[in-house]
Design a protein around this ligand. Structure first.
Ligand SMILES: [Zn+2]
Length: 202
């Protein structure tokens, strides 16, 4: 098999996936480095963050070329943390800190998005204007995907836990699009949320 990027022979086990019409599809083989270079060039062209790019930036912390990507991810992470304290926990008072991580622990309030999402126990979805929220609870985790046409961001939180440990699970959006999706959740009460067994992990 030959590499889709450089045309040289490649180990058949290194397979590249691309999102085609929203579905991850096998497109052929690429050398690992060729795949990384192609993803990085794509970011230079469209400034879209992907989960794969985010991981490349984390695992290649010494590479200067990922600096802009790390800065964009940090911007999205800042929006995640603001969302977590102000919306997910509805600015509930801090009642302590986690003895392992030192992170703040919030009181649980009925008005929070956390209480609302966890009341569905399993899968639910809802929409307001252009933003759709999909939630999935499994194995002690709450996975929240926020999407609009052409952009999505996925957050992960611990089910039933009040410690501030929400994180970015996946992304397919520019930093600005991701931040806008997260900030739209300030208006989650306007979302028409219902149980939805068709929600799958993305
Ligand atoms: Zn190659």
């Amino acid at each position: 098999m030959t590499c889709l990027e450089c045309g040289l022979e490649v180990d058949g086990e290194i397979v590249s996936y691309e999102k085609v019409d929203g579905v991850w599809t096998t497109v052929g083989a690429k050398h690992y480095a060729c795949r990384q270079n192609a993803d990085w060039r794509q970011f230079r062209a469209d400034h879209r963050l992907t989960t794969r790019l985010m991981l490349d930036a984390i695992f290649n912390a010494d590479q200067e070329r990922y600096g802009e990507i790390r800065a964009d991810v940090a911007r999205v992470n800042a929006a995640v943390k603001k969302f977590e304290s102000e919306v997910w926990f509805d600015s509930a008072p801090v009642i302590g800190e986690c003895k392992y991580t030192g992170r703040p622990v919030r009181a649980r309030v009925n008005s929070s998005l956390q209480t609302f999402v966890e009341s569905f126990q399993s899968r639910a979805s809802g929409k307001s204007k252009e933003v759709e929220m999909l939630t999935f609870i499994s194995a002690g985790c709450v996975v929240i995907t926020l999407q609009t046409s052409g952009a999505d961001v996925t957050l992960i939180a611990a089910e039933g836990e009040q410690t501030e440990r929400m994180g970015l699970q996946g992304i397919n959006a520019t930093a600005a699009e991701a931040v806008a999706l997260i900030e739209a959740m300030a208006h989650w009460r306007a979302f028409d949320v219902k149980p939805n067994d068709h929600v799958r992990l993305m």
